[in-house]
Write a protein that binds this ligand. Structure first.
Ligand SMILES: N=c1c2ncn([C@@H]3O[C@H](COP(=O)(O)OP(=O)(O)OP(=O)(O)O)[C@@H](O)[C@H]3O)c2ncn1[C@@H]1O[C@H](COP(=O)(O)O)[C@@H](O)[C@H]1O
Length: 105
């Protein structure tokens, strides 16, 4: 399992946990809209770091973005594997498109 899978499993565990017991449980208890808002805030912080070419901060903020993306997906009951499968499907599609471009006939 990847670290993203490990983290997704921990986040899933926090659903229904006492909000006072963890930051993740507290955020999930506030509902999917709040989780989405928080994801947006973290994404903006990452955008600012990228625009400033602040590499250290961008790395830190990117980790925040990934964590909050997983929380937002969990809040809407979308498994991480559904997203990864969609990426895999697109790789398959682009593979076909690249082959068609290489061998036009
Ligand atoms: N990866 C993370 C992670 N990344 C970011 N955060 C939290 O996300 C918050 C970031 O939001 P802000 O910077 O806006 O912090 P804030 O000012 O306190 O928040 P606001 O008051 O503005 O809403 C911080 O409180 C961070 O602690 C995380 N909290 C938890 N995890 C992981 O999630 C798992 C579960 O952790 P618990 O939440 O402790 O159960 C663990 O494996 C952790 O490593």
């Amino acid at each position: 399992m990847s670290i993203l899978h490990d983290l997704a499993a921990i986040i899933e565990d926090r659903k229904g946990a006492d909000p006072d017991s963890s930051w993740t449980a507290k955020l999930l208890a506030k509902g999917p809209e709040k989780c989405a808002e928080k994801f947006g805030e973290e994404a903006i912080e990452a955008i600012i770091a990228a625009a400033k070419d602040d590499r250290e901060n961008l790395t830190y903020e990117a980790a925040d973005v990934l964590y909050h993306l997983l929380v937002m997906l969990a809040a809407r009951d979308i498994p991480l594997d559904d997203v990864l499968n969609e990426l895999a499907r697109r790789q398959g599609l682009s593979g076909i498109a690249e082959k068609a471009a290489r061998d036009p006939q």
